[in-house]
Design a protein around this ligand. Structure first.
Ligand SMILES: Nc1nc2c(ncn2[C@@H]2O[C@H](COP(=O)(O)OP(=O)(O)O)[C@@H](O)[C@H]2O)c(=O)[nH]1
Ligand SMILES: Nc1ncnc2c1ncn2[C@@H]1O[C@H](COP(=O)(O)OP(=O)(O)O)[C@@H](O)[C@H]1O
Ligand SMILES: [Mg+2]
Length: 199
């Protein structure tokens, strides 16, 4: 995929990363942000699951990694996001990148190849809250990674690889920490306040 040419880069406005734990409510909150602000929601997990359901050879390799709760190769997920952003660059009001970065070097690569984020939203949820929500979601999601064993691995990976991302961006003053222990609407009002602070 060609690097983002200058004109596309100029159009990549307002990149907001949603970087928080599995089951913290990223997907739920992104849906509400899209409804209110019209941003383009790109979920790394959804892009990967689409590749898996295409039945491609690459999809099979990705499925094997995802069901173990491990990270897929950086270039794979970054290229998917970049491709999706280029496709929408001309009309997008801003990008909500859900589930990326999941480790510091993903953030660094994103900035090299696409651009710097304006905001990093971090929903702070207790481990037991995330487990409870994912187990509940697993009853209907049909996802191969919403089971007790994989959830535990995803949480371990989150604390080891993803939480350092928050500290990495904290230094730049673009992190907004959201308390997850309220209702979906209470969480969303904090998310909206953080986005409104961008204006
Ligand atoms: N009780 C409760 N459940 C929530 C809340 N936000 C999301 N959920 C549920 O928790 C599960 C995980 O939410 P999701 O948005 O998929 O989180 P993600 O894994 O971070 O993308 C889903 O079943 C949601 O319906 C919340 O604020 N309160
Ligand atoms: N940025 C990423 N880097 C590497 N792997 C990823 C990334 N985003 C998603 N994945 C893979 O897809 C799986 C599901 O991600 P996602 O749908 O964001 O989960 P959730 O919404 O439950 O937090 C992850 O456990 C991981 O295997
Ligand atoms: Mg999600």
């Amino acid at each position: 995929i060609p690097p983002l040419d200058r004109c596309h880069c100029n159009k990549i406005i307002n990149v907001i990363h949603f970087t928080c734990g599995p089951g913290s409510g990223k997907g739920t909150q992104c849906e509400k942000v899209v409804a209110k602000y019209g941003f383009t929601h790109l979920s790394s997990g959804d892009l990967l699951r689409a590749e898996v359901s295409s039945g491609s050879e690459r999809g099979k390799q990705l499925a094997a990694i995802m069901e173990k709760g491990e990270l897929v190769p950086l270039d794979t997920v970054l290229d998917m996001i970049k491709e999706a952003m280029i496709a929408k660059a001309d009309t997008s009001k801003g990008f909500l990148i859900d589930g990326y970065p999941r480790e510091v070097r993903q953030g660094e690569e994103f900035e090299k190849k696409i651009g710097a984020p304006s905001l990093l939203l971090y929903i702070d949820a207790k481990a037991e809250t995330m487990v409870k929500r994912l187990m509940k979601r697993g009853e209907t999601s049909g996802r191969t990674d919403d089971n007790e064993e994989t959830i535990k691995k995803r949480l371990d990976l989150y604390y080891k690889a993803t939480e350092p991302v928050i500290a990495f961006y904290e230094g730049r003053g673009i992190v907004r920490k959201i308390d997850s222990e309220g209702s979906v609407d209470q969480v969303f009002s904090q998310v909206a306040k953080a986005i409104d602070s961008l204006k």
